[in-house]
Design a protein around this ligand. Structure first.
Ligand code: 5GP
Length: 184
């Protein structure tokens, strides 16, 4: 099972994913990005942080299942990471909407979850992350609205009001899907 978690950046996807129950053998797919590393992030854990030259070379060498530009930086899911789904019961991808749609339409064993948040809350979260630049904040709010236009493509829609509720809801989805897959 490929679990695709999408939604506006700043919605809390990473925190949600970090709190999911991994007892079912779920693996988090580590993406490649050209974005600079943030405080508290680790290379190889949160992302593989690479420069544009390496990223472009990987594109040329067809290393990615999908890749997208988001907020001025490149993000991509490598074939290597996705192939880990064979060893584990499932893999979790944290993707912006365009990449999510590509994966969802390519793999029949994928499940899409759109996690949302209202704009006021999103703005305060982005500010908490240390973003103060007005143009950056406006770009992220505009991007969030664009991403919401595609939410109908996802099988599940969750408004992230309370982190624990959201985590529980996604754990239930995973549990039920794995149960269902095991009965096929
Ligand atoms: P951030 O810079 O906040 O970590 O991530 C920005 C956005 O990029 C988030 O919405 C995240 O879901 C998305 N993202 C992270 N990795 C990938 C990837 O490999 N492919 C795509 N398409 N989006 C990604």
């Amino acid at each position: 099972m490929i679990l695709v978690i999408s939604g506006p950046s700043g919605v809390g996807k990473s925190t949600i994913i970090n709190n999911l129950n991994r007892d079912d053998g779920l693996y988090f797919s580590v993406s490649y990005t050209t974005r600079p590393i943030r405080k508290n992030e680790k290379h190889g854990v949160d992302y593989f942080f690479v420069d544009k030259e390496i990223f472009d070379r990987m594109v040329k060498e067809s290393c990615f299942v999908e890749y997208e530009e988001y907020g001025g930086y490149m993000y991509g899911t490598s074939i290597d990471e996705l192939s880990k789904v064979k060893d584990k019961k499932g893999i979790i991808l944290d993707l912006e909407v365009n990449g999510a749609i590509k994966v969802l339409s390519k793999y029949s064993n994928s499940v899409g979850i759109f996690v949302d948040i209202d704009n006021t809350e999103l703005l305060s979260r982005l500010k908490l992350r240390g973003h103060t630049d007005e143009l950056f904040l406006k770009t992220r709010i505009d991007l969030a609205s664009k991403q919401r236009d595609e939410k109908g493509i996802f099988e599940y829609y969750i408004l992230n009001k309370e982190i624990n509720d959201t985590v529980n809801e996604i754990n239930d989805i995973i549990y039920n899907r794995i149960l269902w897959l095991n009965h096929l």
